[in-house]
Design a protein around this ligand. Sequence first.
Ligand code: 13P
Length: 246
Amino acid sequence: MAGNWKMYKTPQETAAFFSSFNPMVVGTSNCDVVVFPPTISICSAAEATRSTQIAIGGQNIYWEKEGAFTGETSANMLCAAGATWVLIGHSERRHVVACENDSQVLKKAQAALAAGLKPIICMGEKLEDHKAGKTDEVLIKQFAGGVAGLTEEQFAQVVLAYEPVWAIGTGKVATPEIASASHKLMREEAAKRFGEEASQQVRILYGGSVKPENIAGLMNEVELDGALVGGASLDPESFAALVRGA
Ligand code: 13P
């Protein structure tokens, strides 16, 4: 169960979140829990979760180790701040803030793995593609240009996420059937490139308007291995309900 906080929560608000959230999920061992605060709040989050099972991740990295790249953060820097995970290729980075493309997604995933970070590589189609029946085409292209460039050893370390852009922050959750069909397609692409066993082992999360009220139906689908939650991860009670619902 992954919570992507996007551009929400200062270091102080982060500390306050975990002082409420930690006791609500203490002893929960049904799933891995990882929270992705903004970069500025990673140290605060790592400190607040030090003796818990909750892991912390960054929302983005740059692929170089260091250099004249104003505004960027390297994988090693995230590790040093206490992160163990990183989101790669989130749709807001692809379409809203940075025009990230598939080859950059691959470079970022490789840099993350080289530094020992576990990447969650995100894919998903925009509304116009969804309406035009082009979901499979988009996912196949994103897989081929990004994930398929990893080695088999690297692929064994990653988690994938299906996040249809039309479901992100819109309150329009994909039906369990729609999500399941896309996960199945991504698993088929993985099987073609990395083999059947690797495709069965990779975890694929669903993201897009996941809430405590709809988590049960989504998690009933065998193809869905977890969720990548935006808005509903910002409130300790609703994120704790989602962790329990996983
Ligand atoms: P929402 O849960 O707010 O729709 O966001 C989903 C998302 O983008 C998670 O990465």
